[in-house]
Design a binder for this molecule. Sequence first.
Ligand code: GDP
Length: 466
Amino acid sequence: KEATADQKEKEITQNHPIAAIATPVGEGGISVIRVSGENAIATVNQSFEGTDLREQDSHTVHFGKIIDSDDKVVDEVLATLFHSPKSYTGEEIIEISCHGGVLVTQAVLEAMLDLDIKPAEPGEFTQRAFLNGKMELSQAEAVADLIHAKSKKALDSAHQQLEGRLGEHISEFRQQIIDATAMVELELDFVEEDVEFANKEELKELLVELDDEIDNLLATYETGRLVKHGIKTVFVGLPNAGKSTLLNTLVGKDRAIVTDIAGTTRDTIDVDWSYDGLRFILTDTAGLRDTDDVVEAEGVKRSQQAFEKADLAVYLKDLSRKLTTEEREDIAEIQKKAGDTPFVLIGTKHDIALDLDDERMDYDLKISALENEKIDELKKLLKQRALENTEYDSSSLLVTSSRHRDALQNAQENVQSAIQALDQGMTGDFLSIDLRSALKDLGTITGEITTEDILDSIFSRFCIGK
Ligand code: GDP
């Protein structure tokens, strides 16, 4: 079932009031309980002791007490009023700020639910905002991204999307397709009279340009993905190569266990490391070597899995030990396995390096984690190599969601198929079908076209109260 949401002319629907705690559960200065829906203010007013909230202006704050169904005072609160349509959801909203304790917050919520108010589903406020045309779908998704952002760049990118920059691009694409469709369908109207496309060249130009533009936007996805989800960086190397030590040096905490007994890093450990606004997820692996030890073998298996999912692979070679033929082969093998994944070869323990001329290895960098030697260079190198296959431009708009990428790809395929149809001299109705499909694909990004499945999967990612 398809629902359409025309943003500009959307009438605000006031749904049954819902309530949820909008702040994180825990002890804090204040907590906020948000209520949205038809007559939300009048409903809450029934258990509010203070001024008559029904007679107050929008965007005003009022002191009072919340009274439960037994007429007991639950808490002293501040109530903030938002009249429809000037609110987050477009509906009438009342936000109750109470003391920030787990029980008192819960009690205020209970008092709301004792009135004719339902508990909100995850993301239901934002879903109502979307359905009421307060934001398009990619903006609603950006709200979730904003909340979940784990790095400065991820936050920037969510902000851009929230401002509607992706939506603007999509609207432009849609307009171009609508123009193209109009050209095609004009011809269809006159098919009896044997009228050719008024301007086949012009139509083709328009479609080719659109194809290029979609391509440019799609090309940002690889960067977008890394920015949003973090750069999975796997450290590989023989036991004792200095993997844990380096990880600790980068992160600045003793998160990985450092020992000098070979094979102690049995499991993979993920550590978050922020650098230059980007988030790296560092995995210290048990190494990829074969082993008879059962526990260690499990570790090796996990290392391999981590390695396969990595965005960046870093091999650490201990410079204080002679390179064996076996390790040389290992490195070559790992490099081969890495395939398109950027691979960095680092020499470690440079402070106690053997003076070997015969190594003939092509190190990207030689470092000493203990002496803090070349660590800044290493950080720069990791960032540069992680992004080498992407068109990284921190200021440009990024596609960060696989849902958006898929929709763009589908739209592009349909545009390309229209170009092909045009080249093959197919009739306008063929072109028209392709163009209309492309239009639909793009519409799923901004929400002009949605299904309940899409909405469910998007809003279920939200926390309750958002
Ligand atoms: P892992 O098994 O690869 O995680 O290696 P560790 O980080 O546990 O390091 C093994 C040993 O090498 C420890 O005794 C570390 O102190 C030592 N080590 C690590 N990095 C350096 C370094 O840069 N210089 C020196 N001299 N020793 C290091």
